[in-house]
Design a protein around this ligand. Structure first.
Ligand SMILES: Cc1ncc(COP(=O)(O)O)c(C=O)c1O
Length: 386
């Protein structure tokens, strides 16, 4: 089969997709890695022991298909029932499942005209603010859904409901004047925001949730570094799901464990469409052991927050514009050279940070808060570059 006929075997939608671009995982040793918001501290010794203890002949067996022991522990922690929780292969998997469960793929024009005359484009709309997690548009594209990307205010704060209603731009088909759609099938909100770092008051999120008629996912990947969390909204509003992950605050990126909390009907819908054994056994063991040692992690949050504040002050002194952050990273606008040039200059000094080419963030760098010595090395490198 030649290349052209092979290509034809791939769905046209998939042929046209641009894949999500993850941050670099370098092969070279000795780099300071501040580009993917990983935690600088290792998992607790108890977690490492639990994972090691689980590595034996049982690896031939399938893991618990619903991550039941983990869901029971999480339910206890959050004051709900296991039916209110689904665990995923990282929260990324659950964000994808939510897109598949709650959003229609956009039908062809002729099919819309023929069969969906009484249906609204909201049904195939995935909505999110920009900038926020760059995976959301990719998930919408994979699913063949319509994207509705609406800008945050320039300081990354949330537009108020009145502002969203009033509008300031061109409406999409069937949307309100600034493009915000209160009936979108699925709305993702990254809170605290990424890559901006800004934390959102629960009352603002509550107002937004109240105004939305479709499903809202509050993506709290970084919430352990923030002043507030909005978990209670998952219990107040049946159409709101809160996403959490063990990756960032709990030093478990490698194991891929995340979860959603929400109404049992929505959670049951997600369970229906997930893979039978979507959470690997060692990941489940690690996450269960993590919940038995939260004291260890809470001490680490404090250290990371202290380093974040120190680094923000030091970079400000050097002329960087630093956005206030409630996460384990900071977004900065560097002085003197374009942000992309700084990315390369840091790299020459063996420090990896993240730069995004999207126009709304192309002037900024996102810097993960590493260990104190790593943050100090970054400041030293910045001084040398200047
Ligand atoms: C906002 C946000 N949500 C979710 C995730 C995914 O986390 P996980 O490792 O649980 O898939 C990330 C990871 O970068 C993120 O930045």
């Amino acid at each position: 089969m030649n290349k052209t006929s092979l290509k034809k075997l791939i769905r046209p939608l998939v042929r046209g997709l641009h894949a999500y671009v993850p941050g670099e995982q370098p092969k070279i040793a000795g780099l300071i890695k501040l580009n993917t918001n990983e935690n600088p501290f290792p998992p607790s010794p108890k977690v490492l022991a639990a994972v090691k203890a689980a590595v034996d002949g049982r690896l031939r067996l399938y893991p618990n298909p619903t991550a039941q022991p983990l869901r029971e522990k999480l339910a206890k922690l959050h004051g709900c029932k296991p039916e209110n929780i689904i665990v995923g292969n990282g929260s990324d998997e659950l964000l994808a499942l939510a897109t598949r469960a709650f959003v229609e793929p956009k039908p062809d024009r002729e099919i819309i005209a023929r069969e969906f005359r009484d249906c609204f484009p909201e049904r195939w709309t995935v909505q999110f603010f920009t900038p926020s997690y760059s995976l959301y548009p990719v998930l919408a594209d994979i699913h063949g859904a319509e994207k509705n990307a609406v800008p945050l205010n320039s300081d990354f704060s949330l537009p108020s409901i009145a502002e969203l209603k009033k509008g300031n731009g061109k409406p999409p088909e069937g949307g309100t004047p600034n493009g915000w759609n209160f009936a979108a099938a699925l709305t993702f909100v990254t809170t605290p925001n990424a890559p901006g770092g800004r934390g959102y008051p629960t009352r603002e999120l509550a107002a937004l949730c109240k105004a939305q008629r479709g499903v809202v996912v509050l993506d709290e990947a970084y919430v352990d570094f923030a002043e507030e969390n909005a978990l209670k909204l998952a219990f107040e509003f049946p159409h709101v799901l809160v996403a959490r992950t063990f990756s960032k605050a709990y030093s478990l990126c490698f194991q891929r464990v995340g979860y959603f909390v929400g109404h049992s009907d929505l959670i049951a819908a997600l369970h229906k469409i997930r893979d039978s054994y979507n959470v690997n056994g060692l990941g489940q063991a690690a996450a269960v052991a993590t919940l038995d040692d939260l004291k260890y992690y809470r001490a680490n949050f404090k250290k990371i927050i202290a380093t974040r504040e120190w680094l923000s002050r030091e970079l400000t002194k050097l002329g960087f514009r630093v956005f206030p952050s409630q996460t384990n990273f900071i977004l900065v606008q560097p002085p003197l050279f374009p942000a992309e040039a700084w990315l390369l200059k840091f790299r020459e000094r063996k420090i990896l940070v993240r730069w995004f080419s999207a126009p709304e963030v192309e002037n900024y760098l996102r810097i993960t808060i590493g260990a104190p010595a790593e943050a100090a090395a970054l400041v030293k490198a910045a001084r040398a570059i200047l």
